[in-house]
Design a protein around this ligand. Sequence first.
Ligand code: SF4
Length: 232
Amino acid sequence: MSELLIGGVETFSTVDFPGRLAAVVFMQGCPWRCPFCYNAVIQKIGQPTNFLWPKFIEFLGTRKGKLDAVVFSGGEPLVQDGLAEAIKEVKSLSFEIGLHTGGYRPEHLERVLPLVDWVGLDIKAPFIAERYKAVTQTNHLDKVLQSLDLLLKSGKDFECRTTCDPRLLSVEDIYVMADALKAKGVKKYFLQQYRPVEGDKVTTEADCEKFFKDKDLLEKLKADFEEFDTRR
Ligand code: SF4
């Protein structure tokens, strides 16, 4: 049996795998440090946890016919080497598999991709090295681009999505990101609203909503992608 390090579990979700009723496993470990992180407690890997993998598998045994899928989320699921084995265990119970990732470790994504039914790929910043570093505090842009190419070549169902944190991104940045995604052949793109995290005393509701009230931007995105929507 696989031994994933889990930070938390959502036993029922209608929003984490489009069109599916899913349980979500939040895996420990994350190489990013997004300022909008709502899951910062699980960024560090190896913490004591009450969420044990064998117990989760036991729980899934009681959900057959009630859930369609299991989503591996994070954190960053591609951090843990046991992911493929864990996915195989879940698939043996006849659940579909969703994966949320920022595209870290493309070589690992390539290994697990044949086992996965749907992927949500986070696009955190424009594909411009200095902008990507400024927003994410990391140099992972090349990895993200490799992961995106893998997804495009795989033919797997996937979406790209961006959390619109007004402290990090402008409306202009979204135009730049959308143009790059469209040029690569991405078909599905979603904008997610940022909700101020604890400690953010400066961001107003109007700041968060500016992306979603920009009619020109929304019309362009609707025209550019086969599927575009906002999540608020
Ligand atoms: S990728 Fe997710 S878990 Fe990691 S820092 Fe960003 S928001 Fe937090």
